[in-house]
Design a protein around this ligand. Sequence first.
Ligand code: GDP
Length: 463
Amino acid sequence: MDVQEKSAIDKSAIEPPVAGADTIAAVSSGSGGAVAVIRLSGPQAGAVLVALAGRLPEPRRAHLARLRHPTSGEVLDQGLALWFPGPRSATGEDMAELQIHGGRAVVAAVLGAVLAVPGLRPAEAGEFTRRAFLNGRMDLTEAEGLADLIGAQTQAQRRLAFAHAFGHLGQRVEDWRRRLIRAMALIEAGIDFADEDDVPAGARALARPEVEALQAELQAALADRRGALVREGALIAIAGLPNAGKSSLINALAQRDIAIVSDEPGTTRDLLEVALDLDGHKATLVDTAGLREAESKVEAEGIRRARARIADADLVLWVHDLSAGPAPEACPSIEVDAPLWLVANKIDRADAAPAPSAGWAVQDYNVSAASGEGLEALTRGIGGFIAARTEGEHPALIRARHRASAGQAAAHLAVALGQWERLDDELLAEELRLAARALGRMTGAIGVEDLLDVVFREFCIGK
Ligand code: GDP
């Protein structure tokens, strides 16, 4: 061990990390792989490497090592050992990583040996990321982005989560907050110089355009629904008369395309839902047949849920049975605020009468749920529809939590701007302060202790 390596261990012993004195360890790789990764974070991370691998590797360099049990000396495996001294590590603490063979017995033996070192304990779900946040290595929106990146199922979700995980939203919110604090400082300067007649009026006049610009940006961000569309997926309601082939169509699409989740829990009783990856975009198809069934059974709650789901749809596909006659001239009136596309089904039938007509937003989907004809065009059409609605610069707000914070900030700014000339300096500055606070909660810059469990609960163990 050279002097530099030694000093890295000594330093962690002298300066305990902000997040607490425990050293945590967990298997960070998924199960079943040929290689497993065990990660450690905390002041004892270096000591564990010495105890198992016999030495502390050069920082950030992989080192091939025999890993031995610290007390019995038995060789457990041979693998790569890595050493990431804090504070320039992912968590901000001293960290170590062991890349070992992925077999269950190997992982159990090495993890057991790691945990046998005094001061070590198993990590809780999301604890590495939580420590990274507490040590200032990432803000709360970046931690959420990381959770989304790990959970990303479609390419569109991956792209958005990546931007989000590496500061896209956090930087934007911090910029809003900084500008707001500057405006607040101008008004507070007015408070301090209240005796000097011209200052308050001048300060207000200077601050107002900035607050107006901020309010406009917040409103635009709140009006932009693309974040939810990518993250939660587009909701596509499948409507039509009984026997049109709605459930056949959903099943046929689910078999062709990657079904992300089939039968989402809690909805299967009244509505059949299938989440699909349509051309790189997440879409949840909902069979609205449940609505009729529920009505006949007078299940008020079921009907309410079905209606709410359809009302939320981004797109409605009206499935028509061509063997029952040509498609209706115009789209049926259903109380939905989304585009309605005609999907003429059963084109394979000899008695199919393909005569879709002009009253539809999109009219050229002639398909067969039975033979698969036309389904590729339909998939591409839906993918293109979602792509068109999500393209452009990444959206600023992604989760309900972000919308709630931005909404609160905008509400305070609305009060301030609405009574700009009438409010006392103190009250005006207070509205701006409350708005800045709401934005600060988004990135975790202030007052978020109560949020941490909610945010980090989403992570798996080892992250
Ligand atoms: P839903 O009531 O709208 O959900 O309709 P279903 O999906 O249950 O289909 C009603 C009937 O039409 C079933 O017997 C299906 O097998 C049949 N069907 C559905 N799609 C097609 C199709 O493309 N071609 C043919 N020939 N039959 C179909």
